[in-house]
Design a binder for this molecule. Structure first.
Ligand code: GPU
Length: 812
């Protein structure tokens, strides 16, 4: 195997500058240097990439195709260098050339082809798949514009397009030779073939050509390189002046438009289905291209299409790629002439589905009208899957209309994608224990009753290579010095660091590192927000997408309350606190945007109030994304994981904080439950209703927050401050928030996320935190124990479980 060669790398950097830009190091811009360094790294990686695939071919391995509308990769250069174990060499060479790797890394766009947890999970999975040596493709869309850039102007969120490809992406490789045709619209004509079989032929359709771009995914220290394949759209070759005469001029223009729009932009919705036709086009576009190519690749070196499940598994990342089920059926039926029964059996052995939420507003339900017009042949197949499925339901539950209502794919004029995914897959998994239990007991109860063997849990994980080794070099080095570096590829080995939890020198070293990371973040905050924060204060952090169920509102209302208390009792016992919040709101999510404005308005008032002596600072981090997340997690003392119990499927930020030695204040929700199992009561601050209690209330139409408002003067004060101009002169602005809590809107549930109900319990937990932090030794001990117990939450563990129990993959 080729080793990373210092001399060659040095030569390459200068040579690429010359070839790409006709510049010397002295003349080149930082961006040009980033490009040259990236191409030099890529040159080395490509050889490993080729080797890896030769090996795959010679061993005739099984592949998983991880189909996802989102891959939130973050910057790749630094991570690739680390995974190549070339960090030291690269730094040396660059220094000899008078360059600095950290500032070169800053030149890279932050690829954000994802919204939040779901997309970042996909990116962590790719890192683990390569590191563990599993043959895999990530398959998605090459959006021209990724997640929007968030600007805060006058406290309001403004969305700015993210032109991440402006300078080109040095790591991608266009693979024209694997282009696929994808067909939309038209109609289906039926004819009999020579053997009397029905043939279905789509006609008068619009074509788009899907062009794959491959990005290498480098495993840690093992020379294995898998592929992230993202598809771009190109017009089919019909657009020329000749078509004018042939009368299909309009069709040619339409095809051109379709090709130009499909991959234009990532929908910025998290946990929310918007029902846009273009979104369905995106889904079918990348699914069809992926499945067609996967089948062709399989047939290149296998004879029997009937055995494709032995070499291929399609993992569906939520319902977004669910048309996979019907597309595979279409190919097996129409292109390979299999019988329905054969095709169905194969499809069922090849597809697996992951559910990532129980939020009902996230359920994808396409109007049949729209669906059948856009995908006429696919719709026929879905219709037939539905018809046959309902026969099974009817024979098992004769006359049971409720079962049909709950489980049918086609119902009430809609195509229900989750039902199609469950029926078409051999595996259905949730993403944390409690989430899977809720799916089985409530959301998908009827399916669980029918197909209990399909259901399984795969608790999420994160990659320690990015979120500790790359993001927190000081802590990473400290850990490795103490217990060796096995944790990099075997996170449970990090448990040995617990031996140092009570060692006072180690505690001090740990807190020093935390302090340095807090200074690093404080500098960032000063640079970006102009706010001075005290690194000796408690850094209390909530960073994640803005969503009512995640309850950033509970956090900010509590801050408002604390501020009231400090004003009222200036001498009260209070440990200085810096509240750091960050996250994007979906562009059309009004109340979430109002909450951002509220946070910024409260920050303005509190940060300026000299009478509280800087005891509270509030910071809203603009444009929260993977690159600044890597600065934020290492600097956190307190991790806010405060979703309404039962609503957060898993959460993964919770794991990133823990890995970096923050203590969690949280509800018994998602993976918090499993973090609690690991660290115990002494090392975590639990509060709030349990998921059982929440669901019980929901069953009975909620609860009455007015009782709390009327009987609790402190809460009343805080709520009134929303609408009395205390924080912002425009009274109306926070009205919607006020009403959402007290239920003044007709037909709307009051406080559906139990914010007032959990308020006091949260306040109590927060008070415990202030107290606990004063005992630095005990705090350090808890923080070190959190790091030590994070072993379970590596995405390596998650991927091992998927590989063994769902994909049946072999490592190479
Ligand atoms: N999640 Br559905 C998203 O980030 N976006 C979505 O559209 C959907 C789910 C998240 C869950 O909210 C989070 O709890 C989970 O940890 C993550 O997916 C990965 O499973």
């Amino acid at each position: 195997m080729k080793e990373f060669n210092k001399t060659k790398f040095k030569y390459n950097v200068e040579n690429y500058l010359k070839i790409l830009f006709r510049k010397s190091i002295e003349e080149a811009s930082e961006q040009q240097i980033f490009q040259a360094v990236s191409y030099s790294i890529k040159e080395y990686i490509v050889d490993l990439w080729i080797e890896t695939h030769k090996e795959y071919e010679s061993r005739d391995v099984k592949f998983v195709y991880y189909l996802s509308m989102e891959f939130l990769m973050g910057r790749v250069l630094g991570n690739m260098i680390i995974n190549l174990k070339a960090d030291e060499t690269v730094r040396e060479v660059l220094e000899e050339l008078g360059l600095n790797l950290n500032s070169i890394e800053e030149e890279e766009a932050d690829p954000a082809l994802g919204n939040g947890g779901l997309g970042r999970l996909a990116a962590c999975f790719l890192d683990s798949l390569s590191t563990l040596g599993y043959p895999a493709y990530g398959c998605g869309i090459r959006y021209k514009y990724g997640m929007f850039e968030q600007k805060i102007e006058n406290g309001f969120q403004i969305e700015v397009p993210d032109n991440w490809l402006k300078y080109g992406n040095p790591f991608e490789m266009k693979r024209e030779e694997y282009a696929q045709e994808v067909k939309f619209g038209g109609y289906v004509r039926m004819e009999r073939d020579g053997e009397g079989r029905d043939k279905f032929i789509q006609e008068n359709y619009q074509s788009v050509i899907a062009i794959p771009y491959d990005i290498p995914i480098v495993g840690y220290g093992n020379h294995i390189v898998n592929t992230l394949r993202i598809w771009d759209a190109k017009e089919a070759n019909t657009f020329n002046l000749d078509s004018f005469d042939k009368g299909d001029y309009l069709k040619a223009v339409e095809e051109k438009n379709l090709a130009n729009t499909i991959c234009e932009v990532l929908y910025p919705n998290d946990n929310h289905y918007a029902g846009k036709e273009l979104r369905l086009k995106q889904q079918y576009f990348f699914v069809s291209a992926t499945i067609q190519r996967a089948v062709s690749k399989y047939m290149e070196n296998h004879k029997d299409i009937r055995k494709i499940h032995e070499k291929v598994c399609f993992q569906l990342n939520d319902t977004h790629p669910t048309v996979t089920v019907a597309e595979l059926m279409r190919i097996l039926l129409d292109d390979y002439n299999l019988s329905w029964e054969e095709a169905w059996e194969i499809t069922n052995k090849t597809c697996a589905y992951t559910n990532h939420t129980i939020m009902t507003e996230a359920l994808e339900k396409w109007p049949i009208d729209l669906f059948s017009k856009l995908l006429p042949r696919i719709y026929q197949i879905v219709d037939e899957i539905n018809r046959r499925f309902l026969l099974v339901v009817e024979s098992r539950y004769p006359g049971d209309k409720l079962k049909i209502k709950n489980m049918a794919i086609l119902y009430g004029g809609e195509v229900r994608m989750a039902n199609l995914a469950i029926i078409g897959s051999f595996s259905v998994n949730g993403v944390a224990k409690i989430h899977t239990e809720i799916l089985k007991e409530r959301e998908l109860k009827d399916f669980y009753e029918m197909y209990s063997e399909k259901f399984n849990n795969k608790t999420n994980g994160i990659t320690q290579r990015r979120f500790l080794l790359h993001g927190n070099p000081l802590l990473a080095e400290w850990i490795s010095k103490k217990i060796g570096d096995e944790w990099i590829t075997n996170l449970p080995a990090i448990k040995k660091i617990a031996d140092y939890a009570e060692d006072m020198t180690a505690q001090k070293e740990f807190m020093d590192i935390k302090y340095k990371n807090k200074i690093r973040l404080a500098d960032y905050i000063y640079k970006h927000n102009g706010i001075e924060v005290d690194p000796n204060s408690i850094f209390d952090v909530q960073v994640k997408r803005l969503h009512e169920y995640k309850r950033q509102l509970l956090n900010i209302l509590h801050i408002m309350h604390l501020y009231n208390q400090l004003k009222k009792y200036p001498d009260m016992d209070f440990y200085p606190r810096t509240f750091i919040l960050g996250g994007k709101a979906s562009a059309g999510y009004k109340i979430a945007k109002a909450i951002i404005k509220l946070i910024n308005s409260v920050a303005d008032v509190i940060n300026k109030d000299e009478s509280i002596n800087g005891k509270i600072k509030v910071v809203f981090i603009e444009n929260y994304r993977v690159s600044n997340a890597e600065l934020i997690f290492p600097a956190a003392d307190v991790s806010e994981q405060i979703s309404t119990a039962s609503k957060e499927a898993s959460g993964t930020g919770n794991m990133k904080f823990m890995l970096n030695g923050a203590l969690t204040v949280g509800t018994m929700d998602g993976a918090n439950v499993e973090i609690f199992e690991e660290v115990g009561e002494e090392n975590m601050f639990l509060f709030g209703l349990s998921s059982k209690e929440v669901m019980e209330y929901e069953l009975h139409g909620g609860y009455d927050p007015k009782e709390i408002y009327d009987s609790d003067a402190e809460i009343q004060l805080v709520l009134d401050q929303l609408i009395n101009g205390c924080y912002f002169p425009d009274h109306g602005l926070f009205n919607d928030i006020y009403k959402s809590l007290l239920g003044i809107h007709k037909n709307e549930k009051a406080d559906p996320y139990f914010i007032l109900k959990d308020f006091h319990s949260y306040e109590l937990a927060q008070r415990k935190i202030g107290k606990a932090y004063r005992d630095t030794g005990a705090w350090a001990k808890s923080a070190i124990i959190n790091v030590a117990k994070s072993g379970k939450f590596s995405s390596d563990r998650t991927i091992e479980e998927y590989a063994a129990e769902i994909w049946k993959l072999k490592k190479i």
